[in-house]
Design a protein around this ligand. Sequence first.
Ligand code: PMP
Length: 302
Amino acid sequence: MKHIGAHAFINGKIVALSDAHLPITCSAVLYGLSVYSVVFIKHTASGWLIFRIKDHLERLRQSAQLIGFSGVPESLDEAKLISIIRDLLSLNQSSTDQLCRITLHLSANIPGVRTRNLPTIPSVFLYDANPILPSSGARIKTSSWRRTSDNAIPPRAKVNGAYVNSALAKQEAIDCGYDDALFLNQNGYVSELTASNLFLVKRGELITPDPASDILEGITRRSIIDIARSKSIPVIERKVALTELYTADELFACGTSAFVSPLVEVDSRTVGTGETGIITEGLRNTLLGIQVNSKHDWITLV
Ligand code: PMP
């Protein structure tokens, strides 16, 4: 299990993690009606560096709006969130890179599955940033489960309940001896992994499923696209067929908790040389460099 910080923020105050509870009667518990984001915080000698906090808050707002919540409360505006994170880092005496999970829970008690004009409870907690995929190269398998489609449970919204889909696929992959599952969408095109986005490299071009391929529009994905373009690597967002992955030169997953993870095997086929590819390595190193650069636009120093 990951190490979770001993203090957490819930409903306006910081409490011991063991006292941070939701009622068993509320919509968040009953129906998975919570929206969330996970933010990376780098530990450096000159302070803690939060990665793209504004973009995470904006996606949280969009997830809330899409599901029909009334919005993100003022207690989670950018300045207040930064101050909560600063307090938690200090109280928890954190000393390694952290992930910060920010959630907005629908807290009404048994209202049925309505979402609008109902109260919400925000929560924030920190835990150690251990990558969820092996950084030396992960092995993945196409799932027998399909990604929920935009007109069923839209993957664009980061809703807790939607992760049943990911859990089914992840467990199946682990049961079959793989590190993670590859989702196809209902149309049979490549979508994403269970908690990360996917890129392939073919003849020097970077290709990734487009936002209409039933993906979560990851903030790391967007960062990789920007970094690649700044290096003059062509980036194409489009539908991707499964067999394109089998013949890719390089393949990698990316996400806040997955970082940039090379994918070295898909459905028992070795990808490229079976090692981390040169373009993957270059993009990963540039991202890591930005995450330790307190002067970069994407970074907030606390
Ligand atoms: N897809 C899914 C399903 C995810 O859960 C995540 C992790 N948040 C991602 C992609 C990557 O998103 P991000 O880069 O914003 O962490």
